[in-house]
Design a protein around this ligand. Structure first.
Ligand code: ASP
Length: 603
C-alpha cells in the first residue's frame, strides 16, 4: 500500500509519527496563510496542513491549486491540533498532519455536484446522481449504505452456514413460465425462434434442489421482473432465498426469527424480541385493512355491520343486504382535514370501485356530515362508544364487500397517519421495529376480469391439510400454508410449505387454476416428473434483501441501497441503457424489429 494509515485512523496516540495518507481532496481551505486539506477515503477523513514557512514554494503552490476530489498522497508528521481548533464531529478531529510532501495522483475536473456537503448533496436531483453514480457513491452516506449491505450479506451467509445451509447458484438463463409477473426474454442464437427467460425467482430450481437431496439451500439470488417501477421496486433485485426439507411452518418461523435477530444485531447492535407476533390474514384485514400492517400505531378499523343491518340509511343497509359490510375508522384529531385531503381519500375509495366516501367531522360539539341525519340515536351511540369519538375527530366509512371495505379503509388509514404525523398529532417511532408474521392466507384469489382463480402466493404453495377437501367445492375457503414476514408496514418476505405430491400439484394446475394440460406439461412437466421420484416434504421463504437493507439504512427508496439501480423509467442513466443494437446482432438472433413509430408532434 502507498499509505501507512487510512483516513479515519489517526488519534492522539499517533502524535509525532510520520504518516502517509491517500485519498480524495474533500475540502481545501486557505486560512491565515496556511492551507488546510481534508483528505477523505472510504473510512473517513483527516486534516492536513501546509505551512509555507516550512515548505518549498513549489510544493505549497501545488497544494494551493488543488481541486476538490483530486486524488492525492500526503506525507507528514501527526501533531495535536492547536488549542481550540479540535473538530469533535470527526473521530480524527484531535490531530492533524503537518505535510512535508504531496503527490498529485490524479486531477479532478469540477464535479457536476458537490459530494462533500450532506445538506447540499441530499438535494441534488436523483437523475444527476444516477448519471454520475460513481460520484454519488463517494458521498459518505451512500458509502455507509454499501458497507452495511455488505456486512448484512456476510452475516446472513455466516448464519445460514451455521444452520447447515448450502449456498447453491441457480441459472440466470431459465425458461419462460408466465404465471406471475411479466418476464424478461432472452433470444437464443443457437435455437432460432426460441427464448430463455430470466428467473422471477429461483423457486422451481430450489424445489428441484430439495428433490436432489440438498435439504437446506440458500442463495443471495438476483431476480428479474419486468414490472412498472415504484420506489420499492426494481427490474432486478436481490432475495435471500432459501428452501428446507422435512420441515413445517414453525421451523421457518424459528429460522427467520434467528436470522433477523442476527442481522439487526450485526447492523445496529439492536436485540429484537422473538418470537414475532402472528396475525391471520383475516385479522390483519379486519383491523388494519391491509395484509402488511404497520402496527406501530393503532387507528384500527371497527366493524359496524350488525349496527347498520336494519338502518334507514340505505347506502349502509343496502350494502349489507348485498352481502357486504360496514366499517369505520377514527382519524383522531383530523376533523380539520382540508377539502383537498378529503378529495384524496375519496379518490382512494373510488380506486377500489366505491362510489364515494362517507365521513363525519366532529367539530364544535357537532357531527358535521350530510349522512348523520339518517342515523338513529342507537346507531350514533354505537359509533361514539366503539370508535371513542371525541371533539376534533374525523370518522371515515366504507360500505362494500368485505375485502374492498377493508382495503379502502386500510389505504385511508395510512394516508391519515401520514397527515397526522406531519401535523405532529401522531408519533410513529422510527427506532421501533414491529415484526410480525401474517399467516393463514387464502390459497386462492379470484380474478374478476379473467373470471378464474389464481394463486395468492404461487401455484406451488400447499393448502392447509384440513382444507384440501374444499379445493373443488369451496376454493375460496381453502387456506394456504403461506406466510409473510412484515416489519413496520413493509413486506419483508414471504414463502410457503410446498406441495410435494405430483398428483396434488397437477390438480392445482389443471383443475383449480384451469391451465390446459398441454401447457402444464410444457411448462412444469419436468417438475411433476421430478416429484415422482421421491420428493421430500419441503418449504421455504425469500426475503427482499434490498428492502431489508433500506429499512436498516432508514431510507424509503431501495435505489439508495443498490449500487447501480435503474430509474423509474427502467433506464440506467450512467451507461445509457437500454440502447439500440447493430442490425448484425439482430440478424444473428433471428430477430426482426417492429418498433412503433413515435407519433409526430401535432403541427
Ligand atoms: N419464490 C417466492 C417469491 O419470490 C418465495 C418463496 O415462496 O420462497 O416470492
Amino acid at each position: 500500500m502507498k499509505r501507512t494509515h487510512h483516513c479515519n485512523e489517526l488519534r492522539p496516540a499517533h502524535i509525532g509519527q510520520t504518516v502517509t495518507l491517500t485519498g480524495w481532496v474533500h475540502s481545501r481551505r486557505d486560512l491565515g496563510g496556511l492551507i488546510f486539506l481534508d483528505i477523505r477515503d472510504r473510512e473517513g477523513r483527516t486534516q492536513s496542513v501546509f505551512d509555507p514557512s516550512d515548505l518549498p514554494k513549489e510544493l505549497f503552490d501545488r497544494a494551493s491549486s488543488l481541486r476538490s476530489e483530486s486524488v492525492v498522497l500526503v506525507t507528514g508528521k501527526v501533531r495535536q491540533r492547536p488549542e481550540g481548533t479540535n473538530n469533535s464531529k470527526i473521530p480524527t478531529g484531535e490531530v492533524e498532519v503537518m505535510a512535508t510532501s504531496m503527490e498529485l495522483l490524479n486531477h479532478a475536473e469540477v464535479l457536476p455536484f458537490p459530494v462533500d456537503d450532506p445538506e447540499v448533496s441530499s438535494k441534488v436531483n436523483e437523475e444527476l446522481r444516477l448519471k454520475y453514480r460513481y460520484l454519488d457513491l463517494r458521498r459518505p452516506e451512500m458509502a455507509r449504505n454499501l458497507r452495511l449491505r455488505s456486512k448484512v450479506a456476510t452475516a446472513t451467509r455466516v448464519f445460514l452456514d451455521e444452520q447447515g445451509f448450502l449456498e447453491v447458484e441457480t441459472p440466470i438463463l431459465f425458461k419462460s413460465t408466465p404465471e406471475g409477473a411479466r418476464e424478461f426474454l432472452v433470444p437464443s442464437r443457437v435455437h432460432p425462434g426460441q427464448f430463455y427467460a430470466l428467473p422471477q425467482s429461483p423457486q422451481q430450481f430450489k424445489q428441484i434442489l430439495m428433490v436432489a437431496g440438498v435439504e437446506r439451500y440458500f442463495q443471495l439470488a438476483r431476480c428479474f421482473r419486468d414490472e412498472d417501477q415504484r420506489a420499492d421496486r426494481q427490474l432486478e433485485f436481490t432475495q435471500v432465498d432459501l428452501e428446507m426439507s422435512f420441515i413445517e411452518r414453525e421451523d421457518i418461523y424459528a429460522l427467520i426469527e434467528g436470522l433477523l435477530k442476527r442481522v439487526w444485531k450485526t447492523a445496529h447492535n439492536i436485540d429484537i424480541t422473538t418470537p414475532f407476533r402472528r396475525i391471520t390474514f383475516e385479522e390483519a384485514l379486519n383491523r388494519y385493512g391491509i395484509d402488511k400492517p404497520d402496527t406501530r400505531f393503532a387507528m384500527e378499523i371497527v366493524d359496524f355491520t350488525e349496527e347498520f343491518r336494519a338502518s334507514t340509511f340505505k347506502v349502509f343497509s343496502g350494502a349489507i343486504a348485498n352481502g357486504g359490510v360496514v366499517k369505520a375508522l377514527n382519524a383522531k384529531g383530523l376533523a380539520g382535514a382540508t377539502q383537498g385531503q378529503i378529495e384524496t381519500m375519496t379518490e382512494y375509495a373510488k380506486s377500489f370501485g366505491a362510489k364515494g366516501l362517507a365521513f363525519i367531522k366532529v367539530e364544535n360539539g357537532e357531527w358535521k356530515s350530510p349522512i348523520v341525519k339518517f342515523f338513529s340515536q342507537i346507531e350514533k351511540d354505537a359509533l361514539t362508544i366503539k370508535l371513542k369519538i371525541e371533539e376534533g375527530d374525523l370518522i371515515l366509512f366504507a360500505a362494500d364487500q368485505w375485502l374492498n371495505a377493508c382495503e379502502i379503509l386500510g389505504r385511508i388509514r395510512l394516508y391519515c397517519a401520514e397527515v397526522l404525523k406531519n401535523q405532529g398529532k401522531l408519533v410513529i417511532p422510527t427506532d421501533r421495529y414491529d415484526f410480525l408474521w401474517v399467516i393463514d392466507f387464502p390459497l386462492l384469489s379470484f380474478d374478476k376480469e379473467q373470471n378464474r382463480w389464481y394463486s395468492s402466493h404461487h401455484p406451488f404453495t400447499a393448502p392447509v391439510a384440513e382444507d384440501v377437501p374444499l379445493l373443488k367445492t369451496e376454493p375460496k375457503k381453502v387456506r394456504g400454508q403461506h406466510y409473510d414476514i412484515v416489519v413496520n408496514g413493509v413486506e419483508l418476505g414471504g414463502g410457503s410449505i410446498r406441495i410435494h405430491q405430483p398428483a396434488v400439484q397437477k390438480t392445482i394446475f389443471e383443475e383449480v387454476l384451469q391451465i390446459p394440460p398441454e401447457m402444464v406439461e410444457a411448462r412444469f412437466g419436468y417438475m411433476l416428473e421430478a416429484f415422482k421420484y421421491g420428493a421430500p416434504p419441503h418449504g421455504g421463504i425469500a426475503l427482499g434483501f434490498d428492502r431489508m437493507i433500506a429499512i436498516l439504512c432508514g431510507t424509503t427508496s431501495i435505489r439508495d441501497v443498490i449500487a447501480f439501480p435503474k430509474t423509474a423509467k427502467a433506464t440506467d442513466l450512467m451507461t445509457d441503457s437500454p440502447a439500440p443494437v447493430e442490425p448484425k446482432q439482430l440478424r444473428d438472433l433471428h430477430i426482426q424489429l417492429k418498433v412503433p413509430q413515435k407519433e409526430d408532434p401535432k403541427p
